[in-house]
Design a protein around this ligand. Structure first.
Ligand SMILES: C[S@@+](CC[C@H](N)C(=O)[O-])C[C@H]1O[C@@H](n2cnc3c(N)ncnc32)[C@H](O)[C@@H]1O
Length: 584
């Protein structure tokens, strides 16, 4: 059953590649995504259908217009009818008149009327399922208003009934978050008080053919060749780590038997204390500071104007894009800036200057996504094939798609109404709307570029960034302002008793800890007595794993676990944590 739906999805996607402005096809694929258990992807497709359909009633206000193919571009035959593409009276005649050279015709008002209600229903249902209640509410109100204009007998309109049902749920959620009581009107809801951020599945999509088998000897050899240049004394090896997913749930506190085989960095030879063992630069970086005094490429501070080698301006005339050196300028042109050179004005406004400090970190991931899109467009490669992205850890969770399709877990939700295995932060803004804006500002048609920038690709990028990016906090307000993915550095696993320190300026480094820098283990016994373990020796012995730290190791165990939980995917179970938490 799942196999059939997946085949249907693949076929629909191929049709979309040839007919990318056809809202019928997006709606068809949205239905399939919904049935396959991906409400986030269903919402994204429904939104594409909606945006294209809006061009039917407001052609002037839309950049991209809904059109559908009537002839196969290669064979010159009419493609198979879509599920929603029911023949419409007078269609043949109209097609003749409208069909221009590219074999497409404009979508008609009748088609608009036949699609729009279901488009709203799937969009709202998808956003609700992901917990993106604010946008679900906004689209729900718009959808209901529109259906009332189109349909006289709303009680018998399936779409109206479905949207009404969702809006009743919104009212309950709203009441649970505010002091509102009793019967509230839909228009009395202040949408700003509804959560915009929800979540989606964090999975290796069944159709993702870009992901390498990172543990195969060939891929390990390839990674080690790359590592040789930045960390000649280190090696990438497979390592069995405790599986931490769900380890924050109390019932799983003792679940210490499961392992997750991943990659890690190891010392190939003895390393002296205080020795720098890794130096890596990356252009996959992002900052949310407007008009920055950092290099656009590597984020190192810019030299003084009077320096012997002063900062270098963008040769294409981007006024706010400055590089610390000619080298960075030239590399940037080849790696990410080429495709966006001259487009700075439109792009600058996306994702910066975020009023709510709570959203800053999430918007930094969006900016990182923007940089990855620019890299992909400049280098003309699929975003998931970029060397900075391809081999990094995505922390994907298992998803039994057959069980889902057969009705296995359709009803499971947690207190917020979202299924508990939805662990990838997801919102309409960050995963659907703003990436589309990025593409449009980059002068890329977001529909025609579906093979490269489909929503599942963006979700996969987000999953990878969220598991691996390092961040730097602002000295002004302590909020996150800079983040980067260093694809080899991020192969090192975490310990609260690490053997390296990391520092990030223009490049990121690992330096072996000295005796004085090693952690001292401390715990309080049930009788109140405080017990300590002397710190281990600095330096790193051959064949030892290089252990980084994803949180401040000076904190007590409870706080450390809270801080590192997001990056680790669960509660830390390193030797020090277990000893300090009296678990061993
Ligand atoms: C930045 S990646 C580290 C490299 C990763 N192991 C790989 O194969 O690419 C972070 C992920 O590694 C795993 N990890 C790192 N340190 C760990 C630890 N001490 N215990 C269990 N898992 C750990 C977690 O799954 C986490 O999400």
């Amino acid at each position: 059953m799942a196999a059939q739906l997946l085949q249907g999805r693949a076929a629909k996607t191929s049709q979309l590649y040839k007919d990318p402005h056809n809202p019928h096809l997006y709606l068809d694929r949205a239905r399939l995504h919904e049935q396959l258990g991906f409400p986030d992807l269903a919402a994204a497709d429904a939104y594409r259908a909606l945006s294209l359909l809006e061009s039917v009633v407001d052609p002037e206000g839309c950049e991209f217009h809904a059109r559908r193919r009537v002839k196969d571009p290669v064979e010159g035959v009419t493609p198979p009818q879509t599920q929603t593409g029911v023949p419409i009276e007078g269609e043949q005649q109209e097609e003749k008149e409208d069909d221009d050279d590219d074999g497409t015709v404009g979508v008609t008002l009748e088609e608009y009327n036949s699609l729009i209600s279901e488009v709203y229903t799937i969009l709202v249902r998808g956003l609700m399922r992901c917990g993106c209640y604010r946008d679900a509410y906004e689209f729900g109100v718009r959808g209901i208003g529109l259906i009332r204009q189109l349909v006289h007998d709303t009680a018998n309109s399936a779409a109206h009934v479905a949207l009404d049902e969702q809006m009743e749920r919104i009212k309950e959620i709203y009441k649970s978050r505010t002091a509102a009581e009793g019967n509230i009107e839909l228009d009395a809801i202040d949408s700003a008080r509804l959560p915009a951020q929800g979540s989606a599945r964090r999975v290796l999509y069944p159709w993702n053919t870009q992901e390498p088998d990172r543990r195969s000897p060939e891929e390990l050899e390839f990674l080690n060749k790359r590592l040789e240049k930045v960390a000649p004394k280190c090696e990438v090896r497979a390592v069995a780590l405790p599986a931490l997913h769900d380890s924050t749930a109390p019932e799983n506190a003792d679940a210490d038997t499961e392992v997750s085989v991943q990659l890690g960095l190891f010392a190939k030879e003895d390393i002296a204390a205080d020795e720098i063992i890794l130096r890596e630069t990356s252009l996959l970086t992002a900052t949310n500071r407007l008009h920055d005094d950092l290099c656009d490429a590597c984020n190192a501070p810019l030299p003084e104007l009077s320096a012997a080698e002063p900062p270098v301006a963008c040769e294409g005339g981007c006024a706010d894009t400055i590089f610390c050196s000619q080298d960075c300028h030239d590399t940037a042109q080849q790696v990410y800036h080429g495709a966006i050179c001259g487009l700075e004005d439109g792009l600058e406004s996306i994702g910066k200057d975020i009023p709510d400090p709570k959203d800053k970190a999430d918007y930094l991931y969006l900016l990182l996504l923007g940089r990855a899109l620019a890299m992909s467009a400049t280098q003309d490669v699929h975003a998931l094939d970029l060397p900075e992205v391809k081999y990094i850890w995505g922390d994907f969770h298992d998803f039994d798609i057959d069980a889902f399709v057969n009705g296995g877990d359709q009803t499971k939700t947690d207190a917020s109404g979202t299924p508990p295995d939805f662990s990838l932060p997801f919102s309409f803004q960050l995963n659907i709307l703003q990436p589309t804006r990025f593409l449009e500002e980059m002068e890329i048609d977001p529909y025609a570029s579906l093979p490269r920038y489909d929503t599942w690709v963006l979700n996969t990028l987000y999953a990878k960034f969220r598991g691996t990016a390092s961040g730097r906090l602002s000295t002004w307000d302590g909020g996150p302002e800079l983040c980067a993915v260093h694809p080899l550095w991020c192969l090192a696993n975490h310990s609260c008793d690490p053997n390296v320190r990391w520092e990030w300026g223009g490049e990121i480094t690992f330096r072996a800890r000295t005796n004085e820098e090693k952690a001292i283990w401390t715990r309080t016994l049930p009788n109140g007595q405080v017990e300590s373990k002397p710190a281990g020796a600095g330096g790193i012995r051959k064949d030892t794993e290089i252990l980084n730290h994803y949180c401040d190791i000076g904190l007590p165990v409870k706080e450390r676990r809270e801080w590192a939980c997001g990056a680790l995917g669960g509660n830390c179970r390193c030797d020090r944590c277990q000893w300090e938490a009296l678990e061993v």
